[in-house]
Design a binder for this molecule. Structure first.
Ligand code: 5RP
Length: 230
């Protein structure tokens, strides 16, 4: 059976030029891409890497690639990342990892942000399968919960809890994560506006950031660009 995530990674590799600084997010497609880069020793020796993900950082170290610390990253040529789902305009939901704040910083810092994955990620319109994740300052937890209950009363809000220890998941920034299930798709600008609630550090919807998506499926590999409706 064809490994579609590997096929997408192979096409992504073709976008990388010697000497570039490459940003990478989390997930199995990214791990495939790093493995392919490692097989090209001249290329890999010339590259610098930055990552939004602890796990991917470990992988970069195992490959002995040059890793730039997040606070030192001034410029990224291409940022590659997976997602849970993206729509025809390449607006993406990145919910599973809970690291969307650093992912969004890297995607915004990069000259180009390319989504990679298998074709199951591609939908015409985002649906309600995945929650919108809010990274919330601890001091704002009650305010944000109250705001959601007043202005989005149909939303189901779950604080993300650790499965490995008693207590909430704490982000690398010392904050909480709230998984917000809307039950129906809200207009993207309404979801995007949640950033304006005091104490919401960042949410997991990436609007207008990706310039390409490389996806592989039964129809082969496709390189998609944002579809704009007039
Ligand atoms: C998590 C993400 C990951 O990038 C995504 O889940 C990775 O997917 P895959 O393992 O299919 O490459 O956005 O929020």
């Amino acid at each position: 059976m064809t490994d579609f995530k590997m096929e997408a990674a192979k096409t992504a590799l073709q976008f990388i030029k010697p000497g570039q600084t490459i940003g990478v997010g989390a997930g199995s497609t990214i791990a495939n891409l790093l493995g392919l880069i490692a097989a090209e020793s001249n290329l890999s020796a010339s590259l610098s890497f930055a990552t939004s993900s602890f796990k991917t950082g470990q992988l970069i170290s195992q490959h002995n690639f040059k890793l730039i610390g997040n606070e030192q990253v001034k410029h990224i040529d291409i940022y590659f990342d997976g997602c849970d789902q993206f729509d025809a305009q390449l607006n993406a939901l990145k919910c599973g990892g809970g690291i969307h704040t650093s992912e969004k910083i890297m995607a915004s810092l990069a000259d180009e942000f390319i989504l990679i994955g298998d074709a199951s990620k591609s939908v015409e319109k985002l649906d309600a399968t995945y929650p919108l994740v809010l990274e919330v300052l601890p001091a704002a937890l009650h305010l944000v919960n109250k705001w959601l209950s007043v202005f989005m009363p149909n939303a189901k809000v779950n604080m993300r809890m650790s499965t490995q220890k008693d207590g909430a998941v704490i982000t690398e920034n010392g904050n909480y994560l709230l998984d917000v299930f809307f039950g129906e798709v809200l207009p993207l600008d309404k979801m995007n506006a949640l950033k304006m609630v005091p104490g919401v550090v960042e949410h997991s919807l990436f609007v207008g950031l990706a310039s390409k998506a490389i996806i592989a499926g039964e129809d082969g590999v496709k390189i998609l660009e944002p579809k704009h409706y007039i």
